[in-house]
Design a binder for this molecule. Structure first.
Ligand SMILES: *Cc1c(COP(=O)(O)O)cnc(C)c1O
Ligand SMILES: [Zn+2]
Length: 426
């Protein structure tokens, strides 16, 4: 079948191969529960709520997972992908380091901190996880073009995965995006499209194109239900790497809010499957003040998100109208977490702090997460006696400009010992 785009599927999806989506059984509406057949659909035909993957999970054991590959496919039984997923070329992201961050913990005044470092994924952000799942869906739906609107990192991941899979890619970005992120896409694809507008404009354009043109898989639009499930692997990995247990607190950056909701979903699934013991955990969202619609709603105690026009150095988080914002609010409130925001100055300081304490160079999104963690402690919202996982979602080499004024050579000297001594370094 061709990946015909539809907001309101009526006919039964046919032509899918047996087990195309693993143990997924249907698409279910997050709002009203209405179910439709698996296919390139993303909005509920009854209420236009977002569709999510429904599963009939097999009995999975820790041992089976541990025997799997050192990438996200070790959790393939819990994802909407076929059982032979490893045999199709993809970037094999995931199973990134969970670092014991004792120096950072000391600086923040938290008893125990772990950094989940997703900057080491194939294209240096967590987006490789979601794109690997979207690529599988695009293949199974026989899509001819693999595409996305992006704040930067997603375009990098789509362009690279498409190159490896041998499928045509088209990626759309705001034209004011950081140069390194533009190059990191253009190196993999001939079809980088820079749009004069912010991400929300780019996203609207992509939705329109997805509706007009047949045969395209827009990873975060018409195959979004499959794409979004990839973020669950962050939650699975954190639990497995902690020795099959849940952390007390997790701090997660929020753009659309998808990643945060899926880490929570992963924890809930692990509990239901008996892979971890049930225990309370708190989930915190991190935003930039220049684009903090979810943090604003959280603080105001309201349920509705008022869209904003982004103005922040954290461009990867610059989504003014976040699709999953209301679910982020639900989760923060349900788990006893919070959603907090920080200034661009605090974000820069957060980048330097993580670098100087743990040797990790994060991008502006990670700077936001570290700075928000600091602010959450200072404002008494995060319990400093509890174990805390901070997710670093991207690499600092993609946002060099953000900190190029913060750090520089200590001295420029002549190549002589005398010059070195007079520079006063040691
Ligand atoms: C996209 C992105 C996020 C946020 O992802 P959402 O799921 O849209 O909330 C966080 N960090 C980085 C580096 C990203 O590229
Ligand atoms: Zn519905």
């Amino acid at each position: 079948m061709s990946a015909v785009v539809s907001e309101a599927p009526s006919a039964t999806t046919t032509g899918l191969r047996e087990g195309a989506f693993g143990h997924a059984t249907a698409l279910a509406c997050r709002e009203c529960g209405h179910q439709v057949d698996l296919g390139p659909f993303y909005a509920c035909p009854e209420c236009f709520g977002p569709l999510e993957i429904a599963y009939d999970f097999p009995a999975v054991t820790r041992e089976e997972i541990e025997a799997g590959p050192a990438n996200i496919w070790r959790y393939k039984a819990l994802l909407p992908v076929p059982t032979d997923i490893e045999s199709s070329p993809n970037t094999e992201p995931g199973f990134t380091r969970l670092l014991e961050a004792d120096n950072l913990a000391r600086e923040l005044g938290i008893a125990k901190v772990w950094v989940k470092d997703d900057s080491t994924n194939p294209t240096n952000s967590f987006k490789d996880r979601v794109v690997a799942c979207a690529l599988s869906a695009a293949r199974e739906l026989d899509a001819k073009v693999f595409a996305c609107p992006s704040t930067g990192n997603l375009a990098n991941a789509v362009a690279a995965a498409g190159a490896r899979a041998g499928i045509k890619t088209v990626v759309f970005i705001p034209s004011n995006l950081e140069k390194p992120k533009q190059v990191n896409s253009a190196i993999f694809t001939e079809n980088l499209v820079a749009v004069d507008g912010n991400y929300d404009d780019v996203n609207k354009l992509a939705s329109e194109i997805a509706g007009e043109e047949e045969g395209g898989a827009f990873v975060n639009v018409n195959v979004r239900p499959y794409y979004a499930e990839g973020s669950k692997t962050l939650g699975y990995e954190i639990a497995e790497q902690l020795g099959w247990r849940l952390p007390d607190q997790v701090v997660i950056p929020v753009a659309s809010g998808s990643q945060l909701t899926k880490v929570d979903k992963a924890f809930q699934e692990l509990i239901k499957l008996g892979l971890v013991e049930e225990k309370p955990y708190r989930i915190f969202g991190a935003q930039a003040e220049g684009c903090g619609p979810v943090a604003t709603a959280y603080k105001a105690g309201v349920d509705a998100i008022r869209p904003v026009k982004p103005d922040t150095i954290a461009k990867s988080l610059a989504i003014g109208n976040p699709a999953d914002g209301i679910y982020v609010l639900d989760i923060a409130r349900r788990t006893g977490g919070a959603v907090e925001e920080v200034t661009d100055e605090e974000i820069r300081a957060g980048i330097v702090l993580l670098a100087r304490t743990e040797g990790i160079f994060t991008e502006t999104a990670g700077g936001t997460t570290v700075a928000v963690t600091k602010k959450l402690v200072e404002t008494g919202q995060l319990d400093p006696t509890l174990e805390t996982v901070v997710i670093n979602t991207g690499h600092g080499l993609k946002t060099l400009d953000a900190v190029s004024d913060q750090v520089s050579a200590a001295a420029t000297i002549a190549p002589t010992y005398a010059a070195f001594k007079s520079a006063g370094i040691v």
